[in-house]
Design a binder for this molecule. Structure first.
Ligand code: NI
Length: 182
């Protein structure tokens, strides 16, 4: 198992739509294992393959941020099939160190996906789980959370990012994540 470098905003891989995974083979299982270590070390409650530079339709969600292995959800080729309700809460992203903003999301989602054994499954989540699923699936479509902020808040965030870049501080450092980031 190996830690992977978490890409920060500005890296084009984060804004590219990912490719479907045709077969769940050993290379995918190895990638999942490395992504899990990387997410735990961050720490974060989710990680999408583009965040480690891999443009494939694969993401992890783990609301325990690595504390409880039973909570890990590995989603291959996930698609949202239904959504209901509304929530708005502060969100962060491991690819945006130090940046947070309030994002509107559905209160409940259903997601169809393939598991690590190659079986088709469905998961339903509400509240934080719905938020994390939407955030990760957005990543797989090349959408980052600041795209969903209000125009004013987005301008402020862009200003902060430019400042951090100028200061050479625009990078992810393991251990500086939090349970609100994915
Ligand atoms: Ni993210």
């Amino acid at each position: 198992m190996a830690l992977m470098e978490i890409r920060v905003y500005g890296d084009p891989v984060l804004e590219k739509k990912t490719e479907q995974i045709a077969e769940v083979d050993e290379s995918i299982r190895k990638l999942v294992s490395d992504m899990y270590e990387t997410m735990k070390a961050a720490p974060g409650i989710g990680l999408a393959a583009p965040q480690v530079g891999i443009s494939k339709r694969l993401c992890l969600v783990d609301l325990s941020a690595g504390a409880d292995p039973d909570q890990l959800k590995v989603l291959i080729n996930p698609e949202i099939t239904a959504e209901e309700g509304y929530q708005k809460a502060e969100e962060g992203c491991l690819s945006f160190p130090g940046v947070f903003g309030h994002v509107e999301r559905p209160m409940n989602v259903k997601v169809r996906y393939t598991d690590l054994e190659g079986k088709k499954r469905e998961i339903e989540g509400d509240e934080l789980l719905a938020r994390a699923l939407c955030h990760e699936i957005d990543h797989l479509d090349g959408v980052v959370f600041i795209n969903r902020l209000s125009p004013l808040k987005r301008r402020l965030v862009m200003k902060t990012i430019r400042k951090l870049k100028r200061e050479g501080k625009w990078e992810h450092r393991p251990g500086e994540g939090s349970e609100e980031r994915a």
